[in-house]
Design a protein around this ligand. Structure first.
Ligand SMILES: Nc1ncnc2c1ncn2[C@@H]1O[C@H](COP(=O)(O)OP(=O)(O)O)[C@@H](O)[C@H]1O
Ligand SMILES: [Mg+2]
Length: 331
């Protein structure tokens, strides 16, 4: 482990898709740092490159059409992008695990949940069947599945959506990974179940002191889970900050508009106030700052010059030419 508990460092990561219509720059020069026992929330609108960032870290980008074209992904100082596929397979699951929005992408409908967790353990660890089975039961109990020993014999379809999600989490954590990537794990669930799963993840993270990358498009979920936040727009990180100062005073115009898109009036499903303008096509990005066509503060420089992520206040990074003036300009 590096200084300050840094476990995973993503540096200058770029992943592109080579399609018939052109090159989609889905992830562009992304820098992220995950720390032991902390959750980094990655937030942004649909299509901005969140999942591709996660898949790049796991080296699961479909190739072709995708390709990681630059950067490093360092786990304890080792660049995962240089590992052989066999070495990478042993990293996945044992050191870095991932959970998805749809549990059935991880669960196989034709095997019992017990046998699937046992399999997940035995891929990485030389355990006897009995020991692996004990671990599986223990994991089911850890994710608070009632009657875990009996539940081992259930098939995925016999479980509710929330329970399938818990089983997927049990499987992901069965080998005690140092890093967990959670890609919108609660987006498909209703609010009550969502908040149960979020508090379960919170609990497990504290207990296992994992580093978590939590991906969501929902600022309310970020508020509940993240210690630090990275805001993504059209393939790049536009703002990075600890969660409290970010919520108190967002410094990028896009972050500010994202906050206004949180549904007000309580009830979920109430209309979202959307941000004016279109998300740019990743095939034909605007010149200069890629947010400028939608930005209420854009001026000439924003059209010409791409802003870099720079420290504007203590521990706060913003990629905006007007970050210093935002308080006066945007109320
Ligand atoms: N399999 C693919 N083929 C071509 N382009 C892709 C593919 N997967 C992702 N992309 C491109 O990457 C962009 C980012 O996708 P993604 O990371 O899934 O967004 P999200 O932020 O919603 O998770 C998409 O808008 C699309 O342009
Ligand atoms: Mg996604």
């Amino acid at each position: 482990m590096g200084q300050n508990g840094e476990v995973l460092k993503v540096r200058n990561l770029s992943t592109h898709f080579y399609t018939g219509a052109g090159v989609a720059k889905a992830v562009q020069k992304v820098d992220l740092t995950l720390k032991r026992g902390r959750t980094l929330g990655l937030v942004g609108e649909s299509g901005c490159g969140k999942s591709v960032t996660a898949l790049s870290i796991m080296r699961l980008v479909p190739e072709p059409p995708g390709r990681i074209v630059a950067g490093r992904v360092e786990l304890d100082g080792r660049n995962l992008l240089e590992l052989s596929e066999a070495e990478m397979r042993s990293v996945r699951g044992s050191r870095i695990a991932m959970i998805f929005q749809e549990p059935m992408t991880s669960l196989n409908p034709v095997f019992t949940v017990g046998s699937q967790i046992v399999e997940a353990v035995r891929v990485h660890e030389r355990l006897s069947r009995t020991a692996a089975r004990d671990r599986a039961v223990e994991m089911l109990s850890t994710v608070r599945i009632p009657n875990p020993a009996q539940r081992m014999r259930s098939y995925p379809h016999q479980l509710s959506g929330g329970q399938q999600q818990r089983v997927m989490i049990a499987m992901a954590l069965a080998c005690g990974p140092d890093v967990l990537i959670a890609d919108e794990p609660t987006t498909a669930l209703d609010v009550t179940i969502q908040s149960q799963i979020l508090s379960l993840l919170d609990d497990l993270q504290a207990r296992l002191s994992m580093a978590v990358l939590f991906i969501t498009h929902d600022m309310a979920v970020i508020a509940q889970t993240a210690d630090d936040v990275a805001v993504m727009y059209a393939g790049t990180i536009v703002e990075r900050a600890p969660v409290k100062p970010l919520f108190n005073k967002p410094l990028h115009p896009y972050t500010r508009l994202l906050f206004r898109s949180i549904p007000t009036g309580g009830a979920r499903g109430s209309r979202l106030e959307t941000i004016a303008g279109q998300v740019p096509s990743l095939l034909a990005l605007p010149t200069g700052c890629r947010f400028h066509p939608r930005c209420p503060l854009a001026f000439e420089r924003c059209v010409k010059e791409e802003p870099v992520l720079r420290e504007v206040e203590d521990g706060r990074l913003v990629a905006c030419h007007r970050a210093g003036e935002i308080e006066e300009l945007m109320k």
